[in-house]
Unconditional design. Structure first.
Length: 230
């Protein structure tokens, strides 16, 4: 199981979300607190963010803790819409930069925390890697993000062992699902964080119940909806 995080709000630095927190993704890469599957997340990492309408990504197949170049640059990367992940590869899956989230269709950035039987997913020439998460991302992009909840419920029904936690963001919206793993939300004055686990011990973190869809919109705020099959 990987750990992931999304931000929608005022521009903040990548370092402030990912590196500087006492239990941020960097620490979660070697000492996650709520991870049920896998001990460390050392099989790669990725950070994606919107720079105006353009999405930009930096992905790696190495542990985040060893990347001094990223640590040097992250304090200068600033965005109002960020999706980041550290990866613990599912057995049998490739370890390569293109298998690290976030995935993109050029419009959205998307991370998957979990596992899905590739046999229940359509083959897609658009998938960035043969990893299950990339095939799932391609299906979600194909169906459209407005159908995210329905797509997850459908894949969950087809693969009862699937764990399908998603975080997806574009310039103005941030979406997340819980299906088999943990997710917490922090409503800050300057924006909203969704994360597999809290990056600190602020009591304002709220746990999202399983099989729910979180939608954050710059105009309408945060809504939580139960998914079909819950
Ligand atoms: N199954 C995906 C992979 O192999 C995601 C793994 C995870 O959530 N740990 O990368």
């Amino acid at each position: 199981m990987c750990r992931h995080l999304g931000w929608l709000g005022e521009p903040v630095t990548v370092a402030s979300l990912v590196l500087d927190r006492p239990h941020g993704l960097l620490v979660q890469s070697y000492a996650p607190r709520r991870q049920k599957h896998g001990l460390v997340n050392a099989d790669g990492w990725g950070v994606g963010f919107f720079d105006g309408p353009d999405e930009r990504r930096w992905r790696s197949a190495a542990p985040m803790w060893g990347d001094a170049s990223f640590a040097s640059v992250a304090p200068a990367l600033r965005s109002g819409s960020i999706v980041a992940a550290v990866r613990s590869a599912t057995i049998g899956m490739p370890i390569e930069p293109s298998a690290s989230a976030p995935f993109t269709d050029g419009t959205w950035l998307l991370s998957h925390n979990g596992v899905v039987d590739r046999g229940v997913l359509p083959l897609s020439a658009k998938a960035e890697s043969t990893v299950d998460s990339a095939l799932l991302a391609a299906l979600i992009f194909d169906r459209g993000l407005d159908a995210l909840g329905d797509t997850i419920a459908e894949v969950g029904a087809a693969d009862p062992n699937g764990r399908l936690n998603i975080i997806a963001g574009n310039e103005s919206r941030l979406l997340a699902t819980t299906w088999g793993d943990t997710l917490s939300v922090l409503r800050r004055d300057d924006g909203v964080v969704v994360a597999s686990e809290p990056y600190d011990d602020d009591p304002a973190w709220e746990e999202v119940p399983d099989r729910h869809l979180v939608e954050v919109d710059r105009d309408t705020g945060l809504t939580l909806t139960a998914l079909r099959g819950s």
